[in-house]
Design a protein around this ligand. Structure first.
Ligand code: SAM
Length: 232
């Protein structure tokens, strides 16, 4: 896989569509390991790098404090995938922010959504496309930073915006509070969070513009927050 800061956070859209026709061709990355995740009575097979610490890139870290968080399957992604899997999305245009390895996006596509998975990390988006093919799922991927979100906001409004474990940095809170109203009007935002310290201030401020409902995941200490615009 390529790495380096020059492709990160540029705001340029690099779109790729993974289709079920590619499933037999799956290009499993060297050294990848597979986790099988049970979601809504189905099994989703997720490839990820064996050891995310080996992906640490000093240049990228100095550029944007970039750490390879994308390379792990965080508990929040499992909780969000479970919450989505029991819904019928019936073609709803669904956008994932900070998709990491792509589990919630794949669950949303399995639930009938038309899914775009996005992340600022090219490696994340590459793995998400590979994981979609690995499961015979069709979705679109976009490399995009929340600091330069035009490739996503130009395609708004989205019916559903989803994200898991994205509130771990204070700067993420500011960027997402600014971004979400540009993405959704009458639709919904679902954010799964494991209780990160910055999450409380995010949801407190979000309540000024959004109605927020919460449900605890039955299997892990993660809350799925569902947001709807107050004005909608
Ligand atoms: C803790 S990881 C969670 C990954 C995945 N959602 C999960 O729960 O397994 C945070 C994700 O957000 C992405 N991310 C962080 N800051 C971002 C930004 N400013 N723009 C776009 N993506 C960002 C990271 O690359 C990473 O994939």
């Amino acid at each position: 896989m390529q790495s380096g800061p020059q492709n990160r956070g540029t705001g340029q859209a690099h779109r790729q569509v993974a289709s079920s026709a590619d499933a037999l061709d799956c290009d499993r990355p060297a050294g990848a390991v597979e986790d099988v995740v049970a979601v809504g009575g189905l099994e989703i097979r997720m490839l990820r790098p064996r050891n995310s610490e080996e992906l640490l890139d000093e240049d990228a870290f100095e550029h944007e404090e970039f750490l390879p968080y994308w390379a792990e399957l965080w508990p929040s992604s499992r909780a969000l995938a479970r919450a989505i899997a029991v819904r019928a999305l019936r073609g709803r245009r669904t956008l994932e922010l900070g998709c990491g390895l792509g589990l919630p996006s794949i669950a949303a596509a399995m639930a009938g959504g038309r899914v775009t998975a996005s992340d600022w990390s090219p490696e994340s988006v590459q793995y998400t496309a590979i994981n979609a093919r690995h499961n015979g799922i069709r979705l679109e991927t976009v490399i995009c930073s929340w600091a330069r979100p035009e490739p996503l906001s130009e395609r708004a409004p989205w019916d559903l915006v989803i994200a898991s474990d994205v509130l771990y940095e204070r700067r993420n809170v500011e960027q997402l509070l600014d971004l979400l109203p540009r993405l959704v009007t009458s639709g919904e935002v679902w954010i799964a969070d494991p209780g990160r310290p910055n999450a409380d201030s995010f949801f407190e401020r979000a309540r000024e513009q959004w109605i927020v409902e919460e449900s605890r995941d039955p299997e892990q200490p993660v809350t799925v927050h569902r947001l709807r615009r107050i004005s909608a």
